[in-house]
Each structure stands twice: as C-alpha cells, then as structure tokens.
Ligand binder design. Structure first.
Ligand SMILES: N[C@@H](CCC(=O)N[C@@H](CS)C(=O)NCC(=O)O)C(=O)O
Length: 201
C-alpha cells in the first residue's frame, strides 16, 4: 500500500487511521508547494491532482473519506467502522455525509473567498453565509457529543478522525470557541498516540 500525502493537508486523516490500524504503508510525499501534484506521473494516479491519493495493488483511490472507509472495512477486526447493513453503519454514513455536505463545504468556501480565488472574485458575503451555515451544522455535532465520548457512542471510530479534522479546521476560523465540548473532544483525540503530529511540524 502507498499513501501519497503532504504535511498539513487532509492526508493526515489516512496516516492517522493507518497508525490506529497498525498497518504498514509506504508514505510518498507529493510536494504541493513545488507543483508535484500536477506532474503527469501523479495525474495518472489521480487525474484530479490532489492528496491524499492511495494505492493498494490495482486499486487507485482518491477522496479521503472513501480511502478511510476502504481501509477500515479491510481490517474489520480492528473495529473502527460498523459492519455494513447495520443501524450503526447507517448512522456512521449519516455523519460522514453530514461532514462533507454540511460542514466541510462551508470551510472550503471560506478558504476560497479568503485567499484561493483571484482577489476580484472573492466575496465577504459568501464567507459570512458559509460561516453561518457551518455554525448551524456544528451545533448539532456539539449537542450530539454532550453525552457521548465519541461520535458513535463509547467507541472510537473513523468518524472521530474525520470530525477532529473538521473541528480543527473550524477552530482556525474561530468557529468553535463557543463550544467547550467540541474543544474537549478535539483535545482528547489529538492526545491519542496514533495522532500524526509529525505532519504538523
Ligand atoms: N475532496 C477531496 C479533496 C482533496 C483536496 O482538496 N486536497 C488538497 C489538500 S488538503 C489538495 O491536494 N490540494 C491541491 C490543489 O488543489 O491544487 C478529499 O476529501 O480527499
């Protein structure tokens, strides 16, 4: 297995999961600053030119959540993802889609309108609306965690890796400070031995 990754990107979700699973993997740095993700060899693996990108034998995968689900399903005895066709799996899927469709998209809108788009295309109104939509959705996560250690209940799962990433990102936009439970949840996750702090050095 090979993980194509770069520090301080979503790649850390996959490295974290691999460490939680205790599975060996070859880590390949794709230097986004030097445009390595746009080189033809990398585009053959992922025509979208993004990290994380993952290879396992003939399988080439991009999309961090798809890679996480694949890996957690591949090692079911580690118990990091509920079994398919169970109520728990349905709830797991709900939170994963909620993360992409109701949270991550708004943070990405904030980034695009802060620095990514050319200056003349940026909109402060788009940022304001994205922040407001993110806040409504993250409150649901906060309330759900009020009586739970982890998002699925008592056991750590891949969902917690995904939400640690989102809460960390939301925190960088000052969208989390009114939710002490989210901060406490995040700090507990960052303290896990498998957390890939080396990718933030
Ligand atoms: N939806 C993709 C997004 C991947 C993505 O945007 N990766 C960023 C780093 S976090 C990237 O490679 N950016 C390079 C670029 O956009 O040129 C996923 O969840 O994996």
């Amino acid at each position: 297995m090979k993980l194509y990754e770069f520090k301080r990107t979503r790649s850390y979700k996959i490295r974290w999961l691999l460490k939680e699973l205790g599975v060996d993997c070859e880590y390949k740095t794709v230097n986004l600053m030097e445009g390595e993700h746009q080189k033809s060899d990398f585009l053959k693996l992922n025509p979208f030119g993004k990290v994380p990108t993952f290879v396992d034998g003939d399988l080439r995968l991009h999309e961090a959540s798809a890679i996480c689900n694949y890996l957690a399903d591949k090692y079911p005895n580690k118990g990091l993802i509920p079994k398919p066709a169970t109520n728990f799996r349905a709830i797991y899927d709900k939170w994963n889609f909620f993360a992409s469709n109701e949270l991550e998209c708004h943070l990405w809108t904030c980034e695009k309108h802060s620095w990514f788009y050319p200056e003349e295309k940026r909109s402060s109104l788009a940022i304001e609306m994205a922040k407001s939509d993110f806040s409504k959705a993250i409150k649901i996560v906060n309330d759900t965690l009020s009586d739970k250690k982890f998002l699925l209940g008592t056991d750590f799962s891949v969902l917690d890796i995904n939400y640690a990433y989102l809460i960390r990102w939301g925190k960088s936009h000052n969208l989390i400070q009114e939710y002490p439970r989210l901060i406490e949840y995040l700090n507990g996750l960052i303290d896990r031995p498998a957390y890939p702090r080396e990718l933030f050095d």
